[in-house]
Design a protein around this ligand. Structure first.
Ligand SMILES: C[S@@+](CC[C@H](N)C(=O)[O-])C[C@H]1O[C@@H](n2cnc3c(N)ncnc32)[C@H](O)[C@@H]1O
Length: 318
């Protein structure tokens, strides 16, 4: 069908998703920021990934949080608010609540608004004494914290190695932005995945049940739902590979054939084998992450790893 004959509704001109997808499809190599994985379906698929036996990061980080809950809890002063960046299902904060008796409010911040609302409601039901104050926002942009936490001591929490999804320059910029958001005297508890045997990484991002593949492909399904694009999901395949020099897992959606995809009346050609780079997941050494945090203005403090040395949790001080 010629482009001019397509009757798909134009996406809202101000939609950042439409603008970023158009720019990413026009780029060489094609790319899109991983934050667009997370509509309600993507958030549910991420939860399913965390239950796959090959996906060690969630288990390893939970082992650390359980083992050191008392020390982490001691970082949270009486009357403080805990601000979680990219809170998803808020599963990990549940491991810490008993160790934070003085916690006055929990502020989960997530871009996946409907999923966030449900997760906050579930946590409220479990912890009726805690003020749960969700903020639906893109945490890479300035956002306002709820009025109710103004003047309270703030502690940041950023588990899941979501920091690894930023390229190093962007990671430094994000850490500096988080420091401004949390303010003087704050602490930041950050979960960071570690450099390890690439075979473990390969297995974790290519789980046998194909859940990570479905998560990756949901990006195209989401674009079709929200932006009226015409991605043929059967014509793309999930690929996750470790880029050793860059110390990162890369996720791609690779075109199985030559084809064109349409967005807002514009055609974007794919060659056979051409990829759309959808996510990087950088792996750090403990010192590498401490150096990055220091370059962003934080003072690195304690750090813990799980028994197998797969994952790390860092305490940073502003
Ligand atoms: C890798 S998951 C981690 C979820 C959870 N914190 C955990 O540790 O299991 C990343 C989370 O960050 C959220 N997220 C990703 N990019 C975001 C952004 N730019 N702004 C706000 N939330 C974002 C996603 O919706 C998702 O819930």
């Amino acid at each position: 069908m010629p482009d001019t004959a397509r009757r798909a509704p134009l996406p809202p001109a101000q939609s950042p998703f439409a603008a970023d997808l158009a720019a990413g499809l026009a780029a060489r190599p094609k790319r899109l920021a991983p934050k667009y994985f997370y509509d309600a379906a993507g958030s549910a698929l991420f939860e399913e990934i965390t239950r796959q036996k090959e996906y060690y990061p969630t288990r390893a980080e939970m082992e650390i949080l359980r083992a050191h809950a008392a020390e982490i809890g001691a970082l949270v002063p009486e009357g403080a608010a805990l601000v979680e960046f990219g809170s998803g299902s808020s599963a990990k904060v549940r491991l810490l609540l008993d160790a934070m008796p003085g916690l006055a409010a929990y502020v989960p911040v997530d871009i996946s608004g409907d999923f966030l609302t449900q997760a906050a409601a579930a946590l409220r039901a479990e912890a009726p004494g805690l003020a749960v104050l969700p903020v639906a926002a893109d945490f890479t942009q300035p956002f306002a914290l709820p009025e109710a936490v103004r003047g309270r001591p703030l502690v940041g929490f950023f588990p899941g190695s979501t920091i690894g999804n930023f390229d190093p320059d962007a990671a430094r910029a994000f850490l500096a932005h988080a420091r401004r958001t949390l303010g003087a005297g704050s602490r930041f508890i950050v979960g960071v995945d570690l450099v390890k045997d690439p075979r473990l990484l390969d297995a974790a991002y290519n789980d046998a049940a194909g859940v990570t593949a479905r998560f990756n492909l949901n990006l195209l399904a989401r674009a079709n739902r929200e932006l009226a694009t015409d991605f043929d999901l059967a014509a793309f395949t999930h690929r996750a590979v470790f880029n050793a020099p860059a110390r990162r897992i890369e996720m791609h959606l690779v075109s199985r054939r030559a084809q064109a995809v349409h967005l807002a009346g514009r055609a974007f050609p794919f060659a056979a084998g051409e990829s759309l780079h959808t996510e990087s997941s950088y792996k750090y050494t403990p010192d590498g992450f401490r150096d990055l945090a220091a370059a962003a203005g934080w003072t690195p403090g304690r750090l813990w790893t799980d028994a197998a040395g797969l994952f790390s949790v860092h305490v940073l001080a502003a």
